[in-house]
Design a protein around this ligand. Structure first.
Ligand code: SAH
Length: 219
């Protein structure tokens, strides 16, 4: 352990990328986006030393920044193209948003905590991201004014099939979301068949905070 404490940030990042590869994140675009996104900029001071660990970490408002492997897996599963307009539900720290912004044309992201939204906006500014549009609101309702989207990613667990969000997807679009009520949910990919139906795949088990109704009353 002592040795690890003296590793440079580059070494820790390289080790993290290797760990993601060994778990099946193979898309070079996704790996490159993760490699060029400073995760420590998205974690609270208390946890910065652990930013390169492959684990979820606490952020403000009782929420979490996702585990890098899950971010890699979900981003890869979404098959994002440079021309895509992407809707993300659950901005949180903005880490996943930043990865998506590097792989797509435009990211619309919705968060129900004002504090998290403001902190994430400040990070996007510092990082010089120009293709992220934020909204404080209930992401369960999607973003009807900007629909339809090529891709939708939900980073909080929906209790059931997210019908409102699926209705805002292009006919051949892809939505990735954790689905389930319990502490462990099923990560599902919905791929539009072009005729109003979806192919549904269960990718793996995941643990996400729940997708809650309405905006948070507290800050
Ligand atoms: N993608 C984030 C992880 C976010 S954790 C990251 O990389 O840091 C899930 C986030 O979803 C939390 O910030 C939570 O407040 C938010 N959330 C939960 N329900 C929501 C809803 N209905 N609308 C918008 N955001 C929601």
């Amino acid at each position: 352990m002592a040795k690890k404490d003296h590793d440079t940030a580059d070494t820790r990042l390289a080790r993290l990328i290797l760990a993601l590869r060994s778990q099946g994140v193979s898309d070079s675009g996704v790996l490159n986006a993760i490699e060029t996104t400073p995760r420590e900029a998205f974690t609270p001071d208390l946890f910065k030393a652990r930013a390169f660990e492959d684990s979820a970490l606490p952020i403000a408002c009782g929420q979490t920044i996702s585990q890098p492997f899950i971010v890699g897996l979900m981003t890869q599963a979404l098959k994002v193209d440079k021309r895509d307009r992407v809707l993300e539900i659950g901005t949180g720290s903005g880490y996943q948003t930043t990865i998506l912004s590097k792989l797509s044309r435009l990211v619309y992201t919705v968060e129900r905590y004002r504090t998290l939204m403001r902190e994430a906006e400040a990070r996007f500014k510092t990082l010089g991201l120009t293709n992220v549009i934020t909204r404080f609101g209930d992401g369960g309702e999607g973003w009807p004014e900007q629909a339809p989207f090529d891709r939708i990613m939900v980073t909080a667990a929906a209790s059931d099939e997210p019908k409102a969000l699926l209705s805002q997807l292009k006919p051949k679009g892809i939505l990735v979301a954790p689905i389930g009520r319990g502490p462990v949910q099923s990560l599902r990919r919905y791929t539009g068949d072009g005729k109003g139906g979806f192919e549904i795949e269960a990718l793996t088990d995941v643990r996400f905070v729940p997708l809650l109704d309405g905006v948070a009353k507290e800050l």
